[in-house]
Unconditional design. Structure first.
Lengths: 273, 277, 336
């Protein structure tokens, strides 16, 4: 290894590892340790129960759907906010961070107020047969809300630094608008989009506060995994709760790993900078 | 051609405004309309109550501790991740992001498993009369955990993109480590840092799930604003609940307005430097 | 800025001392719907305490779901007294040595100073004509009740319905089970707490009938307006007995045993019982009960001992993992 010109490697490595160990790994180690109180047969009974499977399916399926919606909506919104000037742009730009600042319970209450059968939008949607509040769709809506800032905020700096010359060059070579977008812009943005997807996904999977208000929480239908964890805690079943938590954590880490693998593969198409 | 382009442009703007309105503006409107349902007087009365005031102070206190702690961590982690190559770097990056993927319910519980009466360090703490869980230190810990990745996340891609040439040059020209950091690195990342701090702050003030587990909900003592919102909602004090919630939303909008102001104030520098955010 | 730092120092100090709060302070860890009640009780008790001892006494409050609150106390929340929704949660504290095993004998009436019962809340005019338990499972009736696995209050709802069906002439565990299965097919939303369910019913307009504690129903009618909802008393219901206990392990450390016991005893005093009644809890003291006869109509009630023996047995049979609620609860595949 060549001699480092820049200072602070040892110090920063030591500090970051110590702090991560203390704040992140130690609590999670306690969690994993607690879950080990559960015998293998207990793990199997827990993870193979239809209710757990249905809840995991809803949590992860809903989160993936929500993250996908966030990628599409986020791409559009980020593009418009960066590339176009229109009245109210700053206001809308500021609004993007709202889901971070609004307590999740408030978000849940507000979304339920909007989508309930007598709500602002619900009164039009429900007669059309679209049931959002107290249905699995409500879970996805809440997850879209909490994950919304991630895609927009990861895309914005990249879009801003992306050189328009590339697009202009492509256009001058006779590429149509759509060709420019799909052949030039999208491949450039793909790694960032995937990062945003991963972050929005991770955030949505574990979301509890806003979802329980709007979901309806019917077992096997609209019950998310964090709610099952709360039920276990309510029975003073710490080992079971910790086991479900560990299972969720492992699953989301696997998903994030998958995302980063796809990302690495996608970088091959990226134009050299 | 130009007409078609502008039609597409207008369509795109309209669609994204519609998306933002439905997903973000509408919930915000609900919060404010509920808060002011019984008029301005009922709204302001909420903030004369001791409970609301102590919740606001506590929330500010937790943020005032948690955000600088994460700022130091974020800058150091970004320096490490963006400037050095070492074995296990990808793993370290994954660990930094880990708090994003932990359900708030779980993270609160993990701290209870550490510091609760039956936890690893609980008995030791109890013997010494030190309260962590159900006291301010627990609230700060949970908040630091939840918001740990925000600043690092914001800085790492930027510092990677900027490269280390300027810093290396400073070193070659004989600058000390701290001189280099304060004269070169910090000015280069200050916009991203500011932005990360604002996000981290917004999330720190709004966090509910993990904080709810470690707070103990003692009124006037360990109740933060999000917990106060929940309590009031459960008391059928809808105006009070949404008034406190609207204050949180307002804080978010204000920090963003501050960001916009800074960008405007330093617009020339931004344009010259080509550094975004 | 100076104020902020002063506050910071003060709170850190409080944080580090909270495990042994000063003895002029009590912490009452209670469940969600008792906020309004204890706000008045605490003020009256502080006055009473000053008159009797000449000392100041403040009572701190913590509110949350009953089970979560009990868990917090087990994990070190420095409660001097607990006032919870069901004896099962106090039993858990007794199992962990925080509360003495005979806590139910320490105070009169099973250590439950006031009672309530389970009633129905319907929309103004009772458009669906709901009068008793069988009406809940009529076609087209939609019922709101919280999840008994996350809400202590909802366990009383569940047991009230079970008790009705089980105690019908010719009723058996089988027939009661059928009734519960039918009932939950009419439940479109399972909130995690009792207040959440009330808000779903009243604010969101979901459901035709809400199953709730009488105290909650009366409070909701007061807060939300009797032009919107009204209360229906079923022919038979359960006697809900929310328990109180001194947390022995903590009061001995804090030196607050006398105050804690006086605080709980105050709940049984005529003044405490009056305050309870004004917050819609049925008083135990006969003389106070007589004064409020008009507000609390006679209800034919049974107790948990009549239908399940005790809370541990009830918990195991109905609410544990794989228990009866899991077997017959909503989401069994058949649509409501």
């Amino acid at each position: 290894m060549k001699r480092r010109v820049l200072p602070g490697f040892g110090l920063s490595l030591g500090y970051v590892m110590a702090w991560l160990g203390l704040i992140v790994l130690l609590p999670l180690a306690a969690l994993v340790f607690k879950s080990s109180a559960l015998a293998p047969s207990g793990w199997w009974a827990l993870l193979s129960s239809p209710r757990t499977l249905a809840a995991l399916r809803l949590s992860f399926g809903g989160a993936m759907l929500a993250a996908a919606v966030n990628v599409l909506a986020g791409l559009l919104v980020a593009w418009v906010l960066v590339r176009h000037r229109f009245p109210g742009r700053r206001l809308f730009d500021a609004l993007v961070d709202l889901p971070f600042a609004l307590p999740t319970a408030v978000a849940g209450i507000a979304l339920t107020a909007i989508y309930a059968p007598e709500g602002w939008l619900g009164r039009y949607l429900v007669p059309m047969g679209i049931k959002v509040a107290y249905a699995p769709l409500g879970v996805v809506v809440a997850m879209v809300f909490v994950g919304f800032p991630f895609v927009v905020r990861t895309l914005q700096p990249v879009l801003e630094s992306m050189e328009r010359e590339v697009e202009e060059a492509a256009a001058s070579l006779g590429a149509t608008r759509w060709q420019v977008f799909f052949r030039v812009v999208l491949p450039l943005l793909l790694p960032t989009l995937l990062t945003g997807f991963g972050l929005a996904l991770a955030r949505a999977v574990g979301e509890y506060g806003s979802v329980i208000f709007i979901a309806g929480n019917i077992p096997r239908l609209s019950e998310i995994t964090p709610l099952l964890i709360v039920e276990k805690l309510e029975e003073f079943n710490y080992a079971g709760a910790a086991a479900l938590g560990v299972a969720m954590l492992v699953l989301s880490l696997l998903l994030l790993l998958l995302v980063s693998l796809v990302q690495r593969a996608s970088r091959r198409w990226e134009l050299p900078r | 051609m130009t007409t078609r382009a502008s039609v597409v442009r207008v369509l795109m703007i309209l669609t994204s405004v519609a998306v933002l309105t439905v997903f973000l503006l509408l919930p915000l409107a609900v919060v404010f309309s509920e808060a002011f349902k019984q008029g301005l007087h009922a709204f302001t009365r909420v903030f004369h109550q001791a409970e609301a005031r102590s919740a606001i102070w506590l929330t500010l206190l937790v943020a005032v501790i948690a955000v600088p702690v994460n700022m130091v961590f974020g800058v150091t982690a970004a320096w490490l991740m963006a400037r050095f190559e070492f074995r296990g770097k990808a793993l370290l990056g994954a660990f930094i992001d880990l708090p994003f993927s932990v359900s708030p319910v779980i993270s609160g519980m993990a701290f209870v498993l550490l510091f609760g009466a039956q936890g690893w360090f609980g008995p030791w703490l109890i013997e010494r009369n030190l309260g962590v869980i159900f006291a301010v230190p627990g609230l700060v810990l949970a908040t630091v955990f939840i918001t740990l990745p925000f600043i690092a996340r914001e800085l790492i891609p930027l510092m990677q993109a900027q490269g280390s040439e300027e810093e290396e040059a400073a070193r070659v020209l004989g600058a000390g480590s701290w001189q280099m950091f304060f004269r070169v690195t910090l000015p280069n990342i200050r916009w991203a840092l500011l932005y990360g701090v604002l996000l981290c702050n917004a999330r720190a003030m709004g966090e509910f799930g993990a904080v709810s587990v470690v707070s103990g909900h003692i009124r006037n003592l360990t109740t933060t604003m999000p917990l106060e919102v929940e309590m009031r909602y459960n008391e059928y004090d809808y105006v009070g609940a949404f008034a406190v919630a609207s204050l949180l939303a307002l804080l978010a909008v204000l920090t963003l307005a501050f960001k916009a102001l800074m960008e405007w104030r330093y617009r020339h520098e931004l344009a010259a430097g080509g550094i975004h955010r | 800025m100076a104020r902020l730092f002063a506050l910071l120092a003060f709170l850190l100090l409080l944080g580090s001392c909270s495990a042994h709060g000063p003895s002029s302070q009590l912490l009452n860890v209670s469940y969600d719907p008792t906020r309004e009640l204890f706000r008045d009780i605490d003020a009256a008790f502080a006055r009473d305490w000053r008159e009797k001892t000449g000392k100041a006494m403040t009572v701190g409050m913590s509110h949350g779901g009953s089970g979560k609150q009990a868990r917090s106390v087990a994990e070190g929340l420095p409660a001097d007294v607990v006032t919870l929704a069901l004896a099962y949660d106090v039993d858990m504290l007794a199992d962990r040595g925080l509360v003495s095993k005979d806590w139910q004998k320490r105070f009169p009436y099973n250590a439950s100073p006031y009672t309530s019962t389970i009633v129905f809340v319907v929309r103004k005019g009772n458009p669906k004509q709901i009068h008793d338990w069988p009406d809940l499972i009529r076609p087209g009736v939609s019922v709101i009740t919280p999840n008994p696995r996350t809400s202590g209050g909802a366990r009383w709802n569940f047991l009230a319905a079970w008790g009705y069906a089980r105690r019908l002439p010719g009723g058996s565990d089988e027939s009661a089970r059928d009734y519960m299965a039918q009932l939950f097919r009419h439940v479109p939303v399972l909130d995690t707490g009792a207040r959440g369910a009330t808000n779903t019913f009243a604010q969101r307009g979901i459901g035709d009938v809400l199953i709730a504690w009488e105290s909650e129903a009366l409070l909701a009618r007061k807060s939300i307006g009797d032009d919107k909802i009204q209360i229906v008393i079923p022919s038979v219901s359960i006697l809900a007995e929310p328990p109180v206990a001194v947390v022995d392990a903590n009061v001995d450390i804090h030196g607050t045993r006398k105050a804690a016991e006086a605080y709980l005893a105050f709940l049984y005093s005529p003044e405490g019982q009056e305050i309870g009644a004004s917050h819609f809890y049925r008083p135990r003291l006969p003389e106070v009960a007589a004064r409020h006869k008009g507000e609390f109509p006679d209800v034919n009630t049974f107790t948990i001992a009549d239908i399940a023996g005790n809370w541990k047995a009830a918990q195991k049979k109905f609410f544990a993992d794989g228990g009866l609620f899991d077997q017959v609860g909503p989401g069994r595949g058949d649509k409501p």
